[in-house]
Design a binder for this molecule. Structure first.
Ligand code: ATP
Ligand code: MG
Length: 247
């Protein structure tokens, strides 16, 4: 019988003594108000929703509460180039499983460049195939991270990992994620990618103007809009680009 160490992170709740001001950022965001109702899947939990729905705000707060730097990386990477972090992390109490992950990474597409610069400066490239991340393309360094750096038995937080990846590389990323899941890893991923969202058995949490709710892959807008567009793109383009559609 194999030992089941997952999930490492079950839930995040508000500290009883936290001061929650629902009229100002970040607590004014409906999904942030309902954050306590999210129960993380032991394999993969996705955050989906419109731009501005609060996915990065929640993911960043979870990452900081887990002791990651605000710009991402491993727990050893602690630096900040801007002051954009919300106070949400300090209001959270994490509900963890009995086992500690042995590996971890907070990956943000937005600040990956800064993390790469930091890795060059400190000269630590051991986990990255000993090659500067700056000497590769954005997508190549991302795949190097997934394949060489993440070791398994880990808790991995990722914000829009697809941003750097071609469709083919997104498929390769799905496969790499699956290998890591089989190797006792847990993922929490904010994404707009219908390819990544198709991961079998994942829990998809939708962030919207009402709060958070669980949704099936085929019920997401990502699936339906992409499918409809690709199946009917000449007609959709005609509709979108017609003179009548102009403001
Ligand atoms: N430092 C800040 N101060 C005030 N409001 C902020 C701050 N950072 C983000 N916001 C607002 O909070 C909301 C949620 O932003 P967030 O970045 O979490 O959205 P998101 O779901 O990740 O969107 P996207 O899909 O575009 O990445 C947005 O309306 C944003 O303008
Ligand atoms: Mg975001």
């Amino acid at each position: 019988m194999t030992l089941n160490r997952k999930p490492y992170l079950l839930q995040a709740s508000y500290r009883p003594d936290a001061e929650l001001d629902f009229d100002s950022y970040p607590f004014c965001i409906p999904a942030v108000r309902e954050l306590e109702s999210i129960k993380f899947h032991s394999d993969v939990t996705f955050f989906v929703g419109e731009n501005g729905a609060g996915k990065s705000t929640v993911l960043e707060a979870l990452a900081i509460a887990l002791s990651y730097g605000a710009e991402g990386g491993t727990k050893n990477v602690q630096f900040k180039t801007t002051e954009s972090t919300s106070s949400l992390h300090s209001a959270l109490r994490l509900v963890r499983g009995p086992w500690q992950p042995r590996d971890g990474y907070f990956l943000r597409a937005e600040t990956f460049f800064n993390v790469a610069t930091y890795m060059d400066e400190v000269g630590y490239l051991g986990g990255y195939d000993n090659k500067s991340l700056h000497s590769r393309s954005h997508g190549e360094s991302f795949m190097a991270l997934l394949i060489h750096k993440l070791r398994g038995r880990g808790l991995y937080l990722m914000d829009e990992p697809e941003a750097a990846l071609s469709p083919n590389r997104q498929l390769a990323a799905l496969s790499a994620i699956h290998q890591l899941v089989k190797n006792e890893s847990q993922f929490i991923i904010a994404t707009h990618s219908p390819i990544l969202l198709s991961y079998p058995g994942a829990k998809i949490i939708q962030f919207d103007g009402y709060g958070v709710s669980e949704i099936n892959f085929e019920d997401t807008e990502h699936y339906s809009v992409t499918r409809d567009f690709l199946n009917n793109y000449p007609r959709r383009l005609q509709q979108l680009l017609s003179d009548e559609n102009e403001a």
